[in-house]
Design a protein around this ligand. Structure first.
Ligand code: ATP
Ligand code: MG
Length: 139
């Protein structure tokens, strides 16, 4: 059993697709074991995306991520890191496969509706960034 962090980004929340995203997880055998809505400060967004701090889009990305509320979730399931990335689709929605979340709802390479951890090490860091052990259900 594996865990991963999923975020519905500010554009996804603003577009009222929280339910659509959650439905895709649940209908694909993924369990949601933690969930909350928060709004990040600039400092918190910079800490979360620290791996991208040298990228040209870092400032824009961290501004965007603070622009409104986000929904953060811990997902659990077999091979869930890869499974979630598959359901999300490519970073650039124009390259995302038909039927993926980003293909369906993204409008921009930056405003791409969802985030998902990309490896076990990043998943562990990202889950800890938002949730303590008491906030994650063992069901
Ligand atoms: P995420 O980490 O959000 O799940 P990802 O792993 O598909 O997405 P990364 O390369 O980690 O993509 O980039 C992190 C985020 O930075 C992207 O989801 C997107 O919001 C933004 N981003 C990536 N590339 C660009 C770009 N060329 N221009 C603007 N924003 C970008
Ligand atoms: Mg990434």
């Amino acid at each position: 059993m594996e865990r991963t962090l999923s975020i519905i980004k500010p554009d996804g929340v603003a577009k009222n697709v929280i339910g659509e995203v959650v439905k895709r997880f649940e209908t694909n055998g993924i369990k949601i074991v933690a969930m909350k809505m928060i709004q990040l400060s600039k400092h918190q967004a910079q800490g979360f995306y620290a791996v991208h701090k040298e990228r040209p889009f870092f400032n824009s990305l961290t501004n965007f991520m603070t622009s409104g509320p986000i929904v953060v979730m811990v997902l659990e399931g077999e091979d869930v890191i890869a499974k979630n990335r598959e359901l999300m689709g490519a970073t650039n929605f124009k390259e995302a496969k038909e039927g993926t979340i980003r293909r369906e709802y993204a409008t921009d390479i930056e405003k791409n509706v969802v985030h998902g951890s990309d490896a076990p090490e990043t998943a562990a860091f990202e889950i800890k960034y938002f949730f303590n052990d008491l906030e994650i259900q063992n069901r």
